[in-house]
Design a protein around this ligand. Structure first.
Ligand code: NAD
Ligand code: ZN
Length: 353
């Protein structure tokens, strides 16, 4: 296969049926760029599509290219593109909204009902050699920011958006529940935005060790204690209750704990997406004027995430635990699925050797 026609792509046909196949190299439309793909991180949702063939109402009904945490190098520009040129290294914001609806015009384009989002059925993702994307949803990386860091701007933007929604600022005292990749990027973003203290919980000790290494002030391994007891432990460790809580597990006990642990008048943001219905002490939250806010992906957060990385305010590189080549996609997904070897972020390199 010659380098100019090779577009090896990781295609999910259906549940547990992931194939590496050739697809034609696409032509960029007038407002698009053709990207030679570089780094693509594996997200929990990619693994979920592979294992279950669906997430909620989004069902894989026809073959779909996986991958949405990505970066690449501009190989060709459409005729209207002025912000990028061939050779630019870019981070790819994977959701392109309609730009016309009420939500888009209001700046909340993450809520656009017509958003086209990589690797959300039936839209193809970018775990392939060549991929086209709207040029204005590609962010040029400064020379000293790596393409791996560029790919990590995707989960980091979730953390940045969560912290903005929570109103994290100088001196915030923050509880993060769940120390998976999303909890960890939320921790990094909260610290970089000025939080004076961040405590993070999980049920897996290793994840808390990683959290400590990347800057958590305190950790709490959730054992067999009740959520009320855990809330008391958190208050004891911090010497006060947290004023902001970022829920990043989707687990019912964590949402309960978030309400019990947060200071009156504080804010909880729900990033974790668990079962559709959960049982929570809502009256407790109401009587203590706790604001509970939703978080859906990100909007206008890539530029901030990039400037935080570029300025050295935070370091996302430590989240990468494993690296694979595109040809090793099956192995990469198996590592992400099982969490083998303490996997946090598994990164796939799409460049041909
Ligand atoms: P993950 O599964 O790697 O991390 C979840 C962590 O929570 C794990 O480390 C797990 O051990 C921990 N956990 C589970 N039960 C717990 C409990 N009872 N107490 C403490 N910790 C517990 O997933 P992730 O990739 O980090 O994503 C986290 C969540 O965020 C998922 O629900 C995902 O769907 C969601 N998510 C939401 C958005 C959004 O836009 N809202 C974007 C990305 C991911
Ligand atoms: Zn829209």
């Amino acid at each position: 296969m010659s380098a100019t026609t090779d577009n090896l792509s990781a295609i999910l046909y259906k549940k547990n049926d992931l194939r590496l196949e050739q697809r034609p190299i696409p032509e960029p439309k007038d407002d698009e760029v053709l990207l030679k793909m570089h780094s693509v991180g594996i997200c929990g949702s990619d693994v979920h599509y592979l294992v279950n063939g669906a997430i909620g109402d989004f069902v894989v009904r026809s073959p779909m290219v996986l991958g949405h945490e990505a970066s690449g190098i501009v190989a060709k520009v459409g005729k209207n593109v002025t912000n990028l040129k061939e050779g630019d290294r870019v981070a790819i914001e994977p959701g392109v909204p309609c730009r016309y609806c009420k939500f888009c015009k209001d700046g909340k384009y993450n809520l656009c009902p017509d958003v086209i989002f990589c690797a959300t059925p039936p839209i193809d993702g970018n775990l392939c050699r060549y991929y086209t994307h709207a040029a204005d949803f590609c962010y040029k990386l400064p020379d000293h920011v790596s393409l791996e860091e560029g790919a990590l701007l995707e989960p980091l933007s979730v953390g940045v958006h969560a912290c903005r929604r929570a109103g994290i600022t100088l001196g915030s005292v923050v509880l993060v529940t769940g120390a998976g990749p999303i909890g960890l990027v939320s921790l990094l973003a909260a610290k970089a935005m000025g939080a004076s203290r961040v405590i993070i919980t999980d049920i897996v000790a290793h994840r808390l060790e990683v959290a400590k290494e990347i800057g958590a002030d305190d950790t709490l391994l959730m054992g067999k204690v009740s959520t009320e007891e855990a809330a008391q432990q958190i208050e004891k460790i911090l010497g006060r209750q947290p004023d902001k809580t970022i829920e990043c597990s989707g687990a019912e006990p964590c949402i309960q704990l978030a309400i019990q642990a947060t200071e009156s008048g504080g804010v909880i943001v729900l990033v974790g997406l668990g079962p559709p219905k959960v049982n929570v002490p809502l009256v407790n939250a109401a009587c203590r004027e706790i604001d509970i806010r939703g978080v859906f992906r990100y909007a206008n957060d890539y530029p901030l995430a990039l400037s935080m990385v570029a300025s050295g305010k935070l370091n996302v590189k430590k989240l990468i635990t494993h690296n694979f080549k595109l040809e090793e996609t099956a192995q990469a997904y198996e590592t992400a699925r099982t969490g083998a070897g303490g996997a946090i972020k598994v990164m796939i390199n799409c460049l041909k050797e």
